[in-house]
Write a protein that binds this ligand. Sequence first.
Ligand SMILES: N[C@@H](CCC(=O)N[C@@H](CS)C(=O)NCC(=O)O)C(=O)O
Length: 206
Amino acid sequence: MRLHELTPAPNPRRVRVFLAEKGVAIPSVQVDLFAGANRTPEFLKKNPSGKIPVLELDDGTCIAESIAICRYIEALHPEPNLFGRDPVEAAQIEMRNRQLEFELMGPVGIAWVNGPVLAQMAPGMFRQIPEALAGAEASIARFYQRIDNELASREFMGGDRFSVADITALCVTDFATDRVGVPRDPGLANLARWHAAVSARPSAKA
Ligand SMILES: N[C@@H](CCC(=O)N[C@@H](CS)C(=O)NCC(=O)O)C(=O)O
């Protein structure tokens, strides 16, 4: 088994943190997105979307999508449970994870492709639209405010214990802060408390 990934990218980090929580080690292969290594015919056979992470099993089966990979790992290593123990908890974790993906990761991705950091790293890679950046920054700020309100009445993203939804949120907020240049408002105290707690877990270093 091997994980096709790139260390600074947020989605592969989700899988690495998940594996660290499970105490599972899988060898990894770096895919240089800036050199187009994810667009070669060979890579597109592994994932026609041209995206990482991809988990390649020993028989050649390839699993893309961070959550699909994490679900596969959870099926092989059920403890500690990170997707929910009963139908209600599983549904709430799934709901919040999807909202984080669509309502936070989506705008963070837009801010990334339209932002100054990528423009400097890879000039001309995307045609940048300043209004798209401004709109994404506003969406991100609104989402952070909303999550801060929600975290007043629960400890973690998915509920009262750590779950895969926290891993998604940690990886996207760190990417937004450290690489996209769209930090959290430090005045959002519940969000800051949550971030300190999940960042203190050993898995956050993955
Ligand atoms: N929904 C996918 C998103 C994967 C994704 O967007 N990966 C980024 C790196 S974080 C990528 O491969 N980007 C390269 C590209 O889109 O060309 C997942 O959850 O794994």
